[in-house]
Design a protein around this ligand. Structure first.
Ligand SMILES: *[C@@H]1O[C@H](CO)[C@@H](O)[C@H](O)[C@H]1NC(C)=O
Ligand SMILES: *[C@@H]1O[C@H](CO)[C@@H](O)[C@H](O)[C@H]1NC(C)=O
Ligand SMILES: *[C@@H]1O[C@H](CO)[C@@H](O)[C@H](O)[C@H]1NC(C)=O
Ligand SMILES: *[C@@H]1O[C@H](CO)[C@@H](O)[C@H](O)[C@H]1NC(C)=O
Length: 433
């Protein structure tokens, strides 16, 4: 990787504290959103889990999804929303600043006009988008802002799931809600490792400046000449940027009653690929959360050998392997890829342009008429799910992840600190905190 030294950087040291304030500002302001998102959320579905309890079934959880995309992703995001939709869940759609206002508006219009979404009002579109620099910290700032919106607007969810426009589900939400209803509500799915590999040199010791914080056009990050030491007051972890995190853990990260998330946000402001380390490092360094980690990102991905920056685009050739993995999501898919049609037909039973159906949508078995309610003759109870045999695959995977050979032994360990020396947390160049 070529290091792109910015000759003007030394004169711009003042930008660093600014950047941190900007990040904190973004997060704080999104907690009090004024008119920044279209489509208000209404909690229409009162939790009425008594029936399930009587049947000896655990209460169903709710997921809060963030679906992000960039220029040209509007169509894929709409399709992903239809495929992963369930009235119980919440969805926040974010098209970044690279996308045009008209594309964002079109997505918002779709959400407003679709009768199912109008009925359940559980989808929001971020109106004021953020610029996201690939690899820069604006990625993590944008995710944190989205989480703050979800915490503020939709209060009763259990897990946050982060998806991009090139992701796709491999099971219906009825299946996923059913399987997750049996899980302890404090499990966080984060694929992590303390082996930083190349990142130790290129990430942890290098200071980067994300131009996305100051400029309106997307570009790469700047590399500062100065280097810093590996921190000693916390241990760095890295891993997949796809996460499934619990609400209590995210509240801990956002509300910041503890110093750790704030300190790490500042540290990661100048860290390469912050979204591959921020949550991982917090969760692994805090005693209350260390033991809640499952070392899996729940995404099926295939990498080139040697691995590229992005996983390879999946095709029909991967279909069987993908299904057998038992993973609930997969990536990356090219837009309108034919394997997506196969997933719709064989796994989700989703008709083109329609939602993945479940117990929430009552159908007339012998009629194909598309009514005002789409294919639903009436809306069924959202507190009811109709799991299919696909849920067994996910169940099998989770049981394996949670068995005694995999669960505890693969959690993060703070022992064997590889750097014994006590080094100051921030090199001189960094903020004086
Ligand atoms: C969330 O999703 C996006 C996909 O748009 C991904 O690139 C990002 O790194 C993810 N993770 C976090 C922690 O933000
Ligand atoms: C987490 O697990 C480890 C090892 O299993 C145990 O020693 C430790 O006490 C646990 N921490 C908490 C807070 O439960
Ligand atoms: C995947 O497909 C997209 C087109 O949708 C293309 O732009 C991208 O380069 C492909 N990625 C890989 C790794 O082949
Ligand atoms: C994908 O399909 C949609 C609708 O069928 C179409 O509008 C869009 O242009 C297609 N995109 C690509 C990249 O083929």
């Amino acid at each position: 990787m070529k290091k792109n030294h910015n000759p003007y950087y030394p004169d711009r040291k003042w930008l660093m504290p600014l950047a941190v304030f900007f990040l904190l500002f973004l997060i704080v302001t999104s907690v009090y959103p004024k008119s920044s998102s279209h489509g208000a959320t209404r909690v229409v579905l009162d939790s009425n889990d008594n029936e399930r309890l009587e049947l000896g079934l655990p209460p169903l959880p709710r997921f809060a999804y963030l679906i992000s995309g960039t220029k040209g992703d509007g169509g894929s995001m709409r399709r992903l929303l239809q495929a992963a939709y369930h009235p119980r869940n919440y969805y926040l759609l974010h098209l970044d600043l690279e996308a045009s206002d008209s594309e964002r508006l079109e997505l918002a219009k779709y959400v407003k006009s679709e009768s199912v979404l109008r009925e359940f009002r559980n989808v929001m579109v971020v109106g004021k988008a953020n610029l996201i620099t690939d690899k820069g910290p604006t990625m993590i700032a944008s995710t944190l802002q989205a989480i703050a919106i979800l915490l503020n607007r939709a209060k009763d969810w259990d897990w946050f799931i982060n998806l991009s426009a090139s992701d796709y589900p491999l099971v219906s939400q009825d299946d996923l809600l059913h399987v997750f209803s049996f899980l302890p509500r404090d499990l966080n799915f984060v694929e992590h490792s303390s082996n930083l590999g190349w990142k130790e040199d290129l990430g942890a010791k290098t200071i980067i400046i994300d131009p996305g914080l100051y400029h309106a056009k997307k570009s790469g990050v700047f590399w500062a000449k100065e280097r810093r030491s590996i921190p000693s007051s916390f241990k760095l972890f890295t891993g997949s940027s796809w996460v499934v995190l619990t609400k209590p853990f995210l509240e801990f990260c956002i509300w910041g009653w503890d110093n750790l998330p704030r300190t790490l946000l500042m540290y990661y402001t100048n860290f390469l690929s912050s979204s591959e380390g921020y949550f991982h490092t917090i969760i692994c360094n805090h005693k209350d959360y260390q033991n809640t980690t499952v070392n899996q990102d729940l995404h099926y991905m295939k990498w080139d050998n040697p691995p590229n920056q992005h996983p390879i685009n999946l095709t029909s050739e991967h279909f069987i392997d993908m299904v057998q993995s038992g993973l609930p999501f997969a990536r990356s898919f090219a837009e309108n890829s034919s394997v997506l049609n196969r997933i719709d037909e064989e796994l989700l039973k989703r008709a083109k342009g329609q939602f993945t159906l479940g117990a929430w949508c009552v159908r007339n078995s012998n009629s194909n008429s598309i009514s005002e309610k789409g294919p639903c003759v009436a809306y069924g109870s959202p507190h009811d799910v109709k799991p299919t045999s696909s849920s067994k695959r996910v169940e099998k995977l989770l049981m394996k992840l949670l068995d005694h050979e995999n669960f505890r032994p693969r959690q993060c360990s703070l022992s064997h600190q590889p750097w014994g020396r006590v080094i100051p947390l921030y090199s001189k160049l960094m903020l004086n905190i």
